[in-house]
Design a protein around this ligand. Structure first.
Ligand code: SAH
Length: 239
């Protein structure tokens, strides 16, 4: 094969790969390496095994969700401030919560607490459609622009109080709550489809919070499981 043909072939393979990965552009930067290492040492090492989840964490350019920090910090084993007193969760927590709701490619998912938009992007790499609600207007606006710019056309961002869920798009196959209410808001449980899964940190601000997994049975009752102690920013209510 002459070198130019080989080059063309390589280019078209790269293009095809780019199309296949969907939303995010193929990332050949040094950050792709940082992400692979993050997944290996922080996420797989702690027992997350779902291939779809691991692939999503390797794909979403986390450094683009925290532009006010040095990019290296984006891949560190810690949460980070995102302004307005809010934080983006530690990568492991994002992976763990995503795995907990067992996302499937055909699922419709609700997230409450968009923040930077990172968790929404991780979900959007796996499922068909993501609806996400953020109470702080500035964060909702920034996340919407960021997700659009990165090509996540399957994420819809709404500014508002997520306590009442998003009835117009219910029922949801999975719901991920990323701020801690004292109790799981009943409207969210109502908006779970039969067989649907909801994960939420529950407990008082600054006190002991537990990550809860609720599963709606086919008969409409919910099964409840406590997963682990966590620390999240409080769930706010609009007065
Ligand atoms: N999932 C985010 C991190 C969330 S931090 C990410 O990936 O970056 C929790 C977010 O929940 C904050 O941005 C906070 O403003 C938001 N929040 C708190 N209470 C809320 C409510 N009632 N409805 C919607 N968003 C809420």
């Amino acid at each position: 094969m002459v070198p130019s043909t080989r080059l063309l072939l390589a280019l078209s393979c790269a293009l095809l790969l780019g199309l296949r990965t969907g939303a995010a552009q193929p990332d050949t930067s040094r950050f792709a390496q940082a992400r692979h290492q993050m997944v290996r040492t922080q996420i797989e090492a702690r027992g997350v095994t779902d291939e779809g989840v691991l692939r999503a964490l390797r794909t979403v350019p986390r450094h683009k969700f925290v532009p006010e920090h040095p990019p290296e910090l984006a891949y560190a084993d810690r949460p980070l401030p995102i302004g307005q007193g809010q934080t983006i969760s530690q990568p492991f927590i994002v992976a763990y919560m995503t795995q907990a709701v067992q996302p499937d490619s055909t699922d419709r998912v609700l997230e409450v607490g968009t923040g930077s938009g990172y968790q929404a992007a991780v979900l959007a790499e796996i499922v068909d459609s993501v609806y996400t609600i953020e109470i702080v207007p500035e964060l909702a606006r920034t996340a919407r622009q960021r997700l659009d710019r990165l090509g996540y056309g399957n994420v819809v961002v709404k500014q508002g109080d997520g306590y009442n869920g998003w009835p117009a798009h219910a029922p949801f196959d999975a719901i991920v709550v990323t701020a801690a209410p004292e109790q799981v808001p009943p409207p969210l449980v109502e908006q779970l489809a039969p067989g649907g899964r909801l994960v939420a940190p529950v407990g008082p601000e600054g006190g002991t919070q537990e990550l809860l997994l609720l599963t709606k049975q086919e008969d409409g009752t919910t099964a409840r499981k406590t997963l682990m102690p966590v620390r999240f920013v409080p769930f706010q209510r609009k007065n």
